[in-house]
Design a protein around this ligand. Structure first.
Ligand SMILES: Nc1ncnc2c1ncn2[C@@H]1O[C@H](COP(=O)(O)OP(=O)(O)OP(=O)(O)O)[C@@H](O)[C@H]1O
Ligand SMILES: [Mg+2]
Length: 251
């Protein structure tokens, strides 16, 4: 599904290397988690996958189902089935949440060669999914993320993901800032999308999320590289001991 090989990335504006050879292979239907100290390059990895400006790929590759992601525009990456839930969801003043979702969903369906949803069909699906995430009708009418609380933004990201039905979902700290109940809702939202084919990359600082979204594989990122890979027990080890032992092991 997602194959990242020796990915090296620097900033476009200044001479600063951030990713120093990331290797990551996520198979169909798998859930992988990435943990790692602040500033280790987790968000940068997700930004580069999504095609955000400001980064220079200096080596390596990233493919989604054999297609070279790095050659595509952000819209093409989305059409290819990649979805990113941002660590800091962007506000889009002037664009209603519903309008945004419907436009995005229909663009995605078109790209997949499916029929666009009618207004009625769309409304039925969005209401149902919003309800399960406890997003009320009023929030659907407001401009995208404008004035939403931190936790509301995160839930709104999951609603987008549920509507778009991507093949590869990257969630960057979707749990941070969520209250305990909201975290469970978000985890249920993610689990509802697990179907044995769709793959997930979950970036998180806290083992707790992984109690709810059970990962197949856990990676530790430090200094722009994956330095250790293991099972769910690796997340427990980090929770208990922090990163010092793991960093010392590979130093
Ligand atoms: N535009 C930029 N200008 C300067 N430094 C940058 C820029 N973008 C990223 N960096 C640096 O790259 C490093 C990696 O940042 P990144 O956001 O990927 O870390 P992270 O692992 O997601 O951290 P966190 O856990 O705090 O979210 C950091 O040291 C950051 O300061
Ligand atoms: Mg980050």
């Amino acid at each position: 599904m997602l194959n990242i090989k020796n990915l090296k990335v620097g900033l476009a504006e200044e001479d600063k290397q951030i990713l120093n050879g990331v290797d990551l292979n996520i198979g169909e239907g798998e859930v992988h988690a990435i943990m790692g100290p602040n500033g280790s390059g987790k968000s940068t990895t997700s930004y580069v996958l999504a095609g955000k400006d400001g980064y220079n790929v200096t080596a390596g590759s990233a493919e989604l189902n054999g297609e070279n992601l790095l050659d595509m525009d952000p819209e093409e990456r989305a059409a290819a089935g990649l979805f990113l839930a941002f660590q800091y969801p962007v506000e889009i003043p002037g664009v209603g949440n519903m309008t945004f979702l419907r436009t995005a969903v229909n663009a995605q369906r078109k790209a997949r060669g499916e029929k666009e949803l009618t207004a009625g069909e769309f409304l039925k699906i969005v209401r149902e999914k919003a309800k399960s995430l406890k997003i009320d009708a009023e929030m659907l009418k407001r401009p995208v993320n404008v004035g939403f609380s931190g936790g509301e933004k995160k839930r709104n990201e999951i609603l987008q993901m549920a509507m778009l039905e991507p093949k590869m979902c990257v969630l960057d700290e979707t749990d941070s800032g969520l209250d305990v109940d909201a975290m469970k809702l978000v985890a249920e939202g993610v689990n509802a999308l697990r179907d044995g084919k769709r793959s997930f990359l979950v970036i998180t600082h806290y083992q707790r999320l992984l109690d709810h979204i059970k990962p197949d594989v856990v990676h530790i990122m430090a200094n722009g590289k994956i330095i250790k890979t293991g099972g769910p027990e690796l997340a427990l080890e980090v929770e208990q001991n922090g990163y010092a032992d793991i960093l010392a092991e590979v130093a």
